[in-house]
Design a protein around this ligand. Sequence first.
Ligand SMILES: CC(C)(COP(=O)(O)OP(=O)(O)OC[C@H]1O[C@@H](n2cnc3c(N)ncnc32)[C@H](O)[C@@H]1O)[C@@H](O)C(=O)NCCC(=O)NCCS
Ligand SMILES: Nc1ncnc2c1ncn2[C@@H]1O[C@H](COP(=O)(O)OP(=O)(O)OP(=O)(O)O)[C@@H](O)[C@H]1O
Length: 196
Amino acid sequence: MSRPFRLGLTGSIGMGKSTTAAMFRDLGVPVWDADAAVHRLYEGDAVEPLRALCPEAVVDGRVDRERLRDWIARDPDALPRIEAVVHPLVAADRAAFLNNARGDLVVLDIPLLFETGADAQMDAVLVVTAPPEVQRSRVLARPGMTAARMEILLAKQMPDAEKRRRATHVIETTGLEQTRAAVQSLVSSLRDRKHA
Ligand SMILES: CC(C)(COP(=O)(O)OP(=O)(O)OC[C@H]1O[C@@H](n2cnc3c(N)ncnc32)[C@H](O)[C@@H]1O)[C@@H](O)C(=O)NCCC(=O)NCCS
Ligand SMILES: Nc1ncnc2c1ncn2[C@@H]1O[C@H](COP(=O)(O)OP(=O)(O)OP(=O)(O)O)[C@@H](O)[C@H]1O
């Protein structure tokens, strides 16, 4: 049996990846979620290596994201050092999902898909997008988010225009019903097609 078609799902912060991923799940498509993998790792395999970098980031045997955020805000080297630990563990979790995946189509929701080179492992890439002012107001509405933190994360992400340029598919997330219809139509077209 041939392996499932791999659709990468990405987009900049606040562009609607999680919301769009849920729409694929509603259609019965298995979704691997990189952020969820990080959450699992912060209660498991990432604890000891991150404790070695920053002992105060571990509280009650788990990595505390608030403490990581404080460290990132204080120290410009913190995020690259965290990434050097976390990205290989995330890549291993993704490889395990792909090894076990069955069916005709799977989605991989990866915020840093292009930045980490994971796009090379995808058969197609869907980029979700929205106008900058919509993105900004969504992100700033989150608890714990500040304009300064948003700027740090945005500066680390490939610009939206570049992501759209590299995408095989683009969906606007300015309305739930319109996004749901676009997801439905993409799933139908991918399920109809054969891949190499
Ligand atoms: C910085 C941390 C502590 C913030 O945690 P918090 O729960 O507050 O936010 P969350 O994880 O939901 O991220 C918020 C937004 O920032 C973006 N983001 C997260 N990490 C990164 C990063 N390394 N580079 C660029 N953007 C990032 C996410 O895509 C999301 O859009 C956390 O994201 C983290 O530990 N990041 C390092 C691990 C990593 O690289 N994760 C990316 C997925 S592989
Ligand atoms: N299709 C849509 N129509 C209207 N609003 C949307 C749509 N998709 C997402 N939103 C709104 O945008 C906000 C951010 O969406 P979501 O959490 O899915 O983004 P994300 O890309 O996963 O974010 P992050 O990268 O920061 O984790 C949510 O408050 C959600 O209500």
